[in-house]
Write a protein that binds this ligand. Structure first.
Ligand code: NAD
Length: 500
């Protein structure tokens, strides 16, 4: 216990474990600003203990037939569905997002678990007969060993499920290092994984900060690292993990544009922008944070419509069933977002809606911020170049579709993008030319379903694999190719390089 608040445990050797490092981090209810828990941060020695347990559990798990592993995945899927309400309440309590949004997070986290239920099919190898006389070749995909996942605060259930689904189904053990800002959901996931019947030690949780992350990145028995978080940390995790001989996929930040063509239905565009820019208080890697109307006529009409609606967003704690937007995650993050708003004003952007003075009665210490809307933002401004991760939408006016494409392609981040138009040819051409990993046509948050894959381009993803679907079957397995000859009559040494 830390003061009078509960301590959030880790999971080591298949059981709850309280770190003895002596270091801890406070966990807050962002709607009230109250400290509601404390999380003990694992030391590198404690991480090493979790890795040792993961190594010993993995051997038998990797030899378990894929269909048997899938049976446990089916049970896990059922338990997740049964416990959706509980998971959503846990998410909202520490993250602050609305209840409906948290339910959506859980649903999108279950999708890759459903994919993993069919893992036996995804692990099938290839076979070629008679590649040379009496010689056959077949392939197998074997687990890499111990995998670790380092996750961000904004999806404390969905992102861990994205990772652990195929990591476990492919026969690896998996160590989760959740965000220290909302760590409790990881323990609920452990409880369900345990109830589903997964063997002890194949899933562990190390609560922690940089020390725990560094211990995972440098431990010789960790073979693969999946990371989701901000771009600077993603780059650090990628370079450090690779330098220590690991496979790394590191997904980073975003600055997702929505290009609005003059022929688009503006009512639908406004609906789409309200949800995708201000939902979850803008704390989504697939949030639209830049609206890019093409031409001044559509820009003027769009800004006028949006301004009215942004002022009316119902901002409330997750306990309010009508809430449309909740608070930001921490006081520090709120201050960072306020700093961006100041910089936008200083650099000459027009703050059309200013949410800085928003206060919620009886929640004065919560980390709420009203929705903000900037117009006439230019590409050199910080509020355009950098990810704000708050309820701040910037409007950059483009003179033509060409300019919109060129600005979007020139941005260093490349997670998601959307175009709103009624012209199929324009949309198709845009989708092919745009240098972004996930594209929406009249869809504002194009998060692919769990049997496709998720991942950005440019500095939004370091590594070469998306984070679920078939992509991670490849990431979490090693390909082995076996060439076989059953030719009892063959004799004599062959010194030349073998030809078919
Ligand atoms: P973050 O980068 O601060 O933290 C992510 C993880 O890294 C956490 O587990 C944290 O403990 C750890 N970490 C933080 N600092 C570290 C350091 N110096 N060394 C080692 N580890 C460190 O990100 P966040 O604030 O938790 O999450 C928000 C960010 O995540 C945003 O940038 C958002 O765009 C991004 N994100 C990206 C995706 C995606 O799929 N591309 C999805 C969700 C969130």
């Amino acid at each position: 216990m830390h003061g009078s608040v509960p301590n959030v445990a880790s999971v080591v050797e298949g059981s709850l474990y309280q770190s003895k490092s002596g270091r801890s981090s406070p966990v807050y209810n962002p709607a009230t600003g109250e400290q509601i828990a404390s999380v003990a941060l694992c030391s590198s020695q404690e991480v090493a203990k979790a890795v040792a347990a993961a190594v010993s559990a993995q051997e038998a798990w990797g030899e378990t037939p894929a269909a048997e592993r899938a049976r446990l995945m089916f049970r896990l899927r059922d338990l997740l569905e049964d416990q959706t309400e509980q998971l959503a309440l846990t998410i909202s309590r520490e993250h602050g997002k609305t209840h409906g949004d948290a339910l959506g997070e859980v649903a999108r986290g279950i999708e890759p678990i459903v994919f993993a239920c069919g893992i036996a099919h995804a692990l099938k190898g290839e076979h070629s007969t008679n590649v040379a006389r009496q010689v056959d070749t077949h392939t197998l995909r074997q687990p890499v060993g111990v995998c670790a996942g380092i996750t961000p605060f904004n999806f404390p259930v969905m992102v861990p499920l994205w990772m652990l689904a195929n990591a476990l189904a492919c026969g690896n053990s998996f160590i989760l290092k959740p965000s220290e800002r909302d760590p409790s959901a990881s323990l609920l996931l452990f409880e369900l994984i345990e109830r589903a019947g997964f063997p002890k030690g194949v899933f562990s949780v190390v609560q922690g900060d940089k020390e725990a992350v560094d211990a995972l990145l440098t431990h010789e028995d960790v073979q693969a690292i999946s990371f989701v978080g901000s771009t600077p940390i993603a780059e650090y995790v990628y370079t450090t993990g690779c330098a220590h001989g690991k496979r790394v996929q590191a997904l980073g930040g975003a600055k997702n544009h929505m290009v609005v063509m003059p022929d688009a239905n503006l009512e639908k565009v406004c609906d789409a922008l309200m949800g995708s820019a201000y939902g979850a208080a803008g704390e989504r890697c697939m949030a639209i944070s830049v609206a890019m109307p093409v031409g001044d006529a559509v820009a003027d009409a769009l800004v006028a419509k949006l301004a009215e609606r942004v002022k009316q967003i119902r901002i409330a704690p997750s306990t309010d069933a009508q809430a449309e937007m909740g608070p930001l995650i921490t006081k520090q993050h709120r201050e960072k977002v306020l700093g961006y708003i100041e910089s936008g004003i200083d650099e000459g952007a027009e703050l059309v809606v200013d949410g800085r003075n928003f206060r919620l009665a009886e929640h004065e210490n919560g980390y709420f911020l009203g929705g903000c809307l900037f117009d006439r933002v230019s590409p050199s401004m910080r509020i355009y170049r950098e990810e704000i991760f708050g309820p701040v939408l910037v409007v950059v006016r483009a003179a033509s579709l060409e300019e919109a494409v060129s600005l979007t392609n020139g941005h260093e981040l490349g997670n998601g993008v959307a175009i709103f138009t009624r012209d199929g040819g324009v949309a198709r051409n845009f989708a092919r030319r745009i240098k972004i990993g996930m594209v929406g046509v009249n869809v504002p948050i194009p998060v692919p379903v769990g049997f496709h894959s998720f991942g950005g381009w440019k500095r939004s993803l370091f590594g070469s694999h998306g984070i679920y679907g078939e992509e991670t079957v490849h990431f979490y397995t090693k390909l082995k190719t076996v060439t076989t000859r059953w030719d009892e009559g063959q004799q004599g040494a062959e010194f030349n390089f073998p030809k078919a």
